[in-house]
Ligand binder design. Structure first.
Ligand code: GTP
Ligand code: MG
Length: 268
């Protein structure tokens, strides 16, 4: 990838960085909540998503962690970041997995002094307007703060719109396995829409699963560390633009990772 104008390649604050990574300019404005979105070939939706997220609340900032998408997603975000100080970008060399992108985003958030990260997908399956409800759920009235608020499709009020039967079956199986075999205390452990109080990262050093199974792995580790989580009902809408990034390879890697996690939880 040719380095776009306005970018830099040295490691930024709060992220381990790798040679060849490209970042939008520093410093970032101070903030409390950073929305982290991992992208791979999401050029059809990313510009609209950025606009919608940053319009939800003027205090929100957003970081896109792109794995050098061949369709130019990173360049779109970098151009937008040139005029929007609340938007940030990390482009990593090569496809390195959803989980590792989210984790790197969370670590960058922590390194830049943010207190909370909100993870969401780039395909509008997660509604930006639901972000305030997730953030509010982290601070329940009259109860101790939560570490994680999950945007959940599997609590009363939660919905899935537009999935074929095969997706429902796979998702139910994975959630069943994750809950009853691995022991993740959530009904929707596969949701990619979640607000996380970043201080919990200090108590769960990893190493983490790097692909899609990171989503379940992170919750398992947070529970083991005594972290508290709550599920907030959301409506999940199947992507209408772009294509799924969860191909056969990612699905197989995810299945192997779930088995590995089951072994680890039964025989630590
Ligand atoms: N940086 C990075 N992002 C990824 C990678 N794989 C997937 N993503 C992003 O992770 C998010 C979830 O991927 P999706 O393809 O929507 O997966 P899904 O929701 O299970 O499947 P569909 O919605 O049916 O496509 C999207 O924003 C993707 O662009 C990866 O290897 N690296
Ligand atoms: Mg999706």
């Amino acid at each position: 990838m040719t380095q776009p104008a306005g970018a830099r390649t040295d490691p930024g604050a709060g992220s381990e960085g790798s040679p060849g990574d490209v970042r939008s300019p520093e410093p970032w404005p101070a903030g409390r909540v950073l929305v982290v979105t991992a992208t791979y070939n999401e050029s059809e939706s990313i510009a609209a998503l950025v606009d919608r997220v940053l319009a939800v609340d003027p205090r929100l900032q957003m970081l896109v962690v792109d794995d050098d998408s061949p369709d130019g997603t990173g360049a779109i975000v970098l151009a937008a970041a040139a005029t929007q100080p609340r938007l940030h970008l990390l482009i990593r060399r090569g496809r390195r997995g959803l989980g590792s992108a989210i984790l790197e985003g969370f670590r960058a958030a922590r390194g830049h002094g943010f207190e909370v990260a909100v993870n969401m997908d780039a395909d509008f399956s997660h509604a930006p307007d639901d972000i305030p409800r997730l953030l509010a759920a982290l601070e329940p009235i009259g109860a101790p703060p939560m570490d994680v608020a999950l945007g959940s499709r599997r609590v009363p009020g939660g919905r899935i719109v537009g999935w074929p039967l095969s997706r429902h079956v796979t998702s139910l199986l994975v959630n069943w396995f994750s809950h009853w075999i691995i022991g993740v205390p959530a009904r929707d452990s596969t949701t990619g829409f979640r607000a996380v109080r970043l201080g919990i990262l200090d108590r769960i050093p990893g190493p983490f699963e790097e692909g899609y199974a990171f989503l379940e792995d992170m919750l398992w580790r947070i529970d083991r560390a005594g972290g508290r989580m709550i599920e907030v009902p959301i409506t999940f809408t199947n992507r209408v633009e772009g294509t799924s990034k969860a191909g056969m390879r990612q699905t197989l890697e995810g299945a192997v990772a779930l088995l590995r996690m089951a072994l680890r939880s039964w025989w630590p």
